[in-house]
Design a binder for this molecule. Structure first.
Ligand code: NAD
Length: 259
């Protein structure tokens, strides 16, 4: 059987691997399977995990620490990249636990700032550095959630950050389009990961999505990774500025059938 390698010859920068459960890890693996070579950028607190995972990725080019809130680290990381990049995966989000504990009206300035800088503005910041390494253009994919367009229980300030992220996707698509760079978001259904464990009542959320979504099952990291690989491929050349839902159809439901 011939294995199709639609991403052969492409280089992907993947940001946001923290564990084997990370969506970014599934994406890195799928991009590799489809022929891409990968560069990993990670937060130093996950260094030991990355040391275990990185060597299992065939054709890995390099990996380096890159905290998006530390300008020097971002600069140093991009200075080590000496191959043209075709695909950028931005799978980064964070808000302090306190922001999920209180009512939304009590969101503190510093928690709002952390959530927005890490989860939304970092896309623009990374792209300002990455675009100089993308002479042939390419595809940028970030990860969003339904909470950016509708209220999702317990998502709070992160819903505000995802709304900003999706607005950034449109703004950056227009800004970078003339350079041949496409920018899209995948809005994924809930998946059990490290970041998701910070959202209170995640079990109930997963159960509800399973019961109500047309596809009647959990979304997996692999489901998201397949979509990311497509968006990174030349088959998606005229898709930009979009938020594409990989949620088993959950987002189309208004009034669900009683399970
Ligand atoms: P994860 O915890 O595996 O990944 C989150 C990543 O963000 C980690 O790798 C972490 O190191 C990184 N990060 C946080 N602050 C950073 C900083 N200052 N600098 C650099 N990196 C930083 O969890 P995940 O669920 O795989 O999350 C990836 C993305 O997918 C996030 O944007 C998340 O909001 C989004 N998403 C997740 C779900 C879900 O249910 N898990 C659903 C929709 C969207």
């Amino acid at each position: 059987m011939t294995i199709r390698k639609p991403l052969k010859g492409k280089v992907a920068l993947v940001m946001g691997v923290a564990s084997e459960e990370s969506i970014a890890w599934a994406i890195a693996q799928e991009l590799t399977r489809q022929g891409a070579r990968v560069i990993l950028g990670y937060q130093f607190r996950f260094h030991s995990r990355i040391m275990q995972l990185a060597p299992t990725l065939p054709h890995l080019i390099s990996y380096g620490r890159c905290d998006v809130l530390k300008d020097d680290e971002v600069k140093d990381f991009f200075a080590t990249i000496d191959v043209p990049i075709d695909i950028v995966i931005h799978a980064i989000a964070f808000a302090p636990a306190r922001a999920f504990e209180h009512r939304v009206v009590r969101t503190k300035d510093e928690d709002f700032a952390t959530a927005m800088l890490t989860s939304a503005h970092s896309l623009a910041k990374l792209m300002n550095a990455a675009r100089k390494h993308m002479p042939e253009g390419g595809s940028v994919i970030t990860l969003s959630y339904l909470g950016g367009v509708r209220v999702a229980a317990n998502y709070k300030v992160m819903g505000v950050a995802k709304a900003a992220l999706e607005a950034y996707v449109r703004e950056l698509a227009v800004d970078l389009g003339p350079q041949g760079i496409r920018v899209n978001a995948i809005s994924a259904g809930p998946i059990r990961t490290l970041a998701a464990s910070g959202i209170p009542d995640m079990d109930r959320l997963l159960e509800w999505n399973r019961e109500v979504s047309p596809m009647r099952r959990d979304v997996t990291q692999a489901d998201v990774a397949h979509c990311a690989a497509f968006l990174g491929s030349d088959g998606a050349q005229m898709i930009t500025g979009q938020t594409i839902y990989v949620d088993g159809g959950y987002s189309i439901i208004g009034v669900p059938r009683t399970p």
